[in-house]
Design a binder for this molecule. Sequence first.
Ligand code: MRU
Length: 344
Amino acid sequence: MILKTIEWKDNSVIMIDQTKLPTNLEFVTYTDYNQVAEAIRTLVVRGAPAIGVSGAFGLALAALQSDATEKDHLIQDLETAKKILFETRPTAVNLAWGLDKIMKVAKDAKSVDEIRVSVVETAKQMAESDIQTNMAMGKNGSKLFNDNDTIMTHCNAGALATVGYGTALGVIRATKDSGKNIKVIATETRPVQQGSRLTAFELKHDGIDVTLIPDTAVGYTLANGLVNKIIVGADRILLTGHVYNKIGTYQIAILAKQHGIPFYVAAPLSTFDLVSKPEDVIIEQRKPSEVTSIGDKKTAPDGISVINPAFDMTPPELISGIITEKGIAKIPFKESIQKLFDSN
Ligand code: MRU
């Protein structure tokens, strides 16, 4: 079964509340774009492609909420909503991609009625095509994996990080569906446990053999030959092949290099930022309480200073290939990434 993370139904947005997983599978329904913004900010919905589509649905709600009767007024209301949605999470480029796509459709429409219909339709199409994109990516990536491979993954780049099927976990699903016998090792992914709460949950749900490790056991598992290949998702990929992904990805890539283990990234073209340089990318810093407690339990002294970046950057020389829906980019990334876009 494909878990649908986000859905548009009866002029409202329905999402799985990912903060409640794995103990409760609960759905929330939103009719106000401010609720969607808050859901992105608080990780009710997370994962780069999922927040891209959430942003688009947020703008669709804003178009329905607005009482504007003139096009200029409605565009102004959408710009206000876009700003609020955009500022929720700065690193994943899919959010800007989703918002810009909807704003373009709105600006191209002729009347307020046409804007309302077209933004809702476009956001729904974006959600549908997310699943198709992930399946195409899965098929492309599955060729890189062999029968009896044990594959490590970090964070959650699965159905729950997208509308459905997943990016890195989509490749894992497609590899299994191609008849290969595979096992997965998932890192718990401190501090908010997307690996143990979400990846372990969805792979177990789909009957894929998954073993959980603490983040600190990555070196041990690679040094002891327990892993053949690694695959992760991405929140932003530059034309140079610099990959921004969940904190901890960089140290896994370094360890992979040390142990000669291929390190792959899977991401749709909507995760690429062909314009920015590494120094332009903002790394989101999250609240200290994610580090000073586990769930409700405090695990650090009061007043301790904390550094809690949500993402890190893995340089291109550590990456064996970037799997997309259009093909696989390899070093030199600049040329091969550009080729994927030219073929699009
Ligand atoms: O903070 P999150 O949970 O939004 O971080 C998610 C990740 O880093 C994922 O690995 C990334 O978005 C790829 S998801 C297909």
